[in-house]
Ligand binder design. Structure first.
Ligand code: 5GP
Ligand code: MN
Length: 345
C-alpha cells in the first residue's frame, strides 16, 4: 500500500465531481513538457475508460519526442483551434488543471479558463498554488504531477480502470521530471509506483529510448555547438551560462525540444552549482535555470526573470536583447554568493 499523501477530503471531492459530471476538459501549462503531457494523457485515457467525454487542450504545440504517445492525435492545440477550444471550455462541466499553479502559466488559454463556469480541480507539484480551483491537490514534495495522478486514481479505488496507455503516459512524466530518476527521485514509493506501471505492461526501457535517447542530427549539432562555443563558466560564482540567439538556432534548423536538457549539462562540471540557459524567441528570451543543493534557481527566476518554479529547476522570460540579459545575469550573480557556501563540490 502506498501512503496517503493526497488528503482524503480531496479524494472524496474529486470522486463526487466525477460521479456528477461527464463533460470534462484537461489543460496543462504553456510549452508542455513530459510531465504536463504525461499527466494530461494519463488522466485522459483513464477518464475515457470510465466513460467520460474528455478533451485535452494544450496552450501550444508539443515537443517532438512526445508525439508517439497514444492520444496525442486527440489533443487540441489552442493556438491552432482557438474558437473550438473556447467552445469546449465553455461547455465543460469539469476542468482538470495539471502541472501548473497559476493561471498565468496558461499563455493564451488563461482568459478562457479564468472565465469558465466549470468546476476546476488542480493537480500540481509547484510551490504556492494560486486559489483558482475548487479542489486543490498541490504537493511540491512530490516529484511529478504524473505521480499525483496515479495516486489519485488509486485512492479513488480505480486502479483496475487504468489502461496501459495511461500507464505509459504517467511513466513518461515521472521519468522526465526526475531526469530519468537522477534527481528528486530517492523516495522508495516512486519505485513501487513504477512497479505497478510495469505490471500494467509498460516497457520502461523502450519509453526511455523514445523520449530521452532519440536525437536528430541537427539537434546533436546544435547541442555540440552550444557546449563548444556558447558555454561560459563564471568560476567565482560556481555558475555556468549558455546562450543561443535566433540566428544560431536557425543555423541548426532548430525545432521545439532540440535544446531540452541542455541547461543541465554544465551541472556535470564539478564545482558548478547553478546553470542558466537563455534562448532567444520572437518576442522575448526564454530563461531556463537549474541548480544543485540549496542554490535557489526559483528565487533568481522570480526576482529577475518574471518567472518561478522549483528550487532546482526554474524558468522565466526576459523582455530585452541577449546583450542586456547577459549584462543583467553577470550583475546579479554576486548577490547569490551566500548560497554557495554549503555547496562546494
Ligand atoms: P524549463 O526550464 O524546463 O522550461 O522549466 C523548468 C521549470 O521552471 C518548470 O517546470 C516550471 O516549474 C518553471 N518555469 C519555467 N518557465 C517558467 C515561467 O515562465 N514562469 C514560471 N512561473 N515558471 C516557469
Ligand atoms: Mn511537472
Amino acid at each position: 500500500m502506498i501512503s496517503k499523501i493526497i488528503l482524503e477530503e480531496c479524494i472524496q471531492q474529486v470522486s463526487k465531481l466525477l460521479d456528477k459530471h461527464d463533460n470534462i476538459v484537461i489543460v496543462c501549462h504553456v510549452s508542455p513538457d513530459g510531465d504536463a503531457i504525461g499527466s494530461s494523457l494519463g488522466l485522459y485515457h483513464f477518464l475515457e475508460e470510465i466513460g467520460k467525454r474528455v478533451t485535452v487542450i494544450v496552450p501550444d504545440s508539443l515537443p517532438k519526442n512526445l508525439l508517439f504517445l497514444k492520444g496525442v492525435k486527440d489533443i487540441l492545440t489552442y493556438t491552432r483551434y482557438p474558437e473550438y477550444a473556447q467552445e469546449l471550455i465553455e461547455q465543460a462541466e469539469l476542468i482538470f488543471c495539471l502541472d501548473f499553479n497559476a493561471l498565468s502559466r496558461l499563455g493564451d488559454l488563461e482568459e478562457p479558463i479564468r472565465k469558465a463556469s466549470a468546476k476546476k480541480v488542480m493537480i500540481d507539484h509547484h510551490l504556492c498554488p494560486e486559489p483558482f480551483c475548487d479542489v486543490i491537490i498541490s504537493h511540491p514534495q512530490v516529484s511529478s504531477t504524473c505521480e499525483l495522478v496515479f495516486r489519485l486514481i488509486c485512492r479513488m479505488g480505480m486502479f483496475e480502470y487504468l489502461p496501459l496507455k495511461s500507464a505509459n503516459a504517467i511513466y513518461v512524466g515521472m521519468m522526465t521530471d526526475t531526469g530519468n530518476f537522477t534527481y528528486n527521485s530517492n523516495k522508495p514509493e516512486m519505485y513501487f509506483i513504477v512497479g505497478e506501471l510495469i505490471k500494467k505492461g509498460i516497457n520502461k526501457d523502450d519509453l526511455y529510448t523514445k523520449v530521452c535517447n532519440t536525437n536528430s542530427l541537427n539537434k546533436l549539432r546544435l547541442n555540440g555547438f552550444a557546449i563548444h562555443e556558447k558555454l561560459t563558466v563564471f568560476e567565482p560564482h560556481h555558475t555556468a551560462m549558455i546562450t543561443l540567439t535566433k540566428d544560431e538556432l536557425k543555423r541548426f534548423h532548430y525545432q521545439k525540444g532540440d535544446s531540452e536538457g541542455l541547461v543541465n549539462v554544465p551541472l556535470s562540471i564539478p564545482g558548478v552549482v547553478f546553470s542558466a540557459f537563455f534562448r532567444e524567441e520572437d518576442d522575448f528570451i526564454k530563461v531556463s535555470l537549474r541548480s544543485k543543493g540549496d542554490f535557489p534557481a526559483n528565487k533568481v527566476a522570480e526576482e529577475w526573470f518574471n518567472g518561478g518554479g522549483h528550487l532546482n529547476a526554474a524558468g522565466g522570460e526576459f523582455y530585452g536583447t541577449m546583450d542586456e540579459i547577459i549584462t543583467r545575469f553577470v550583475k546579479l550573480l554576486p548577490q547569490y554568493d551566500a548560497y554557495l557556501k554549503t555547496e562546494t563540490n
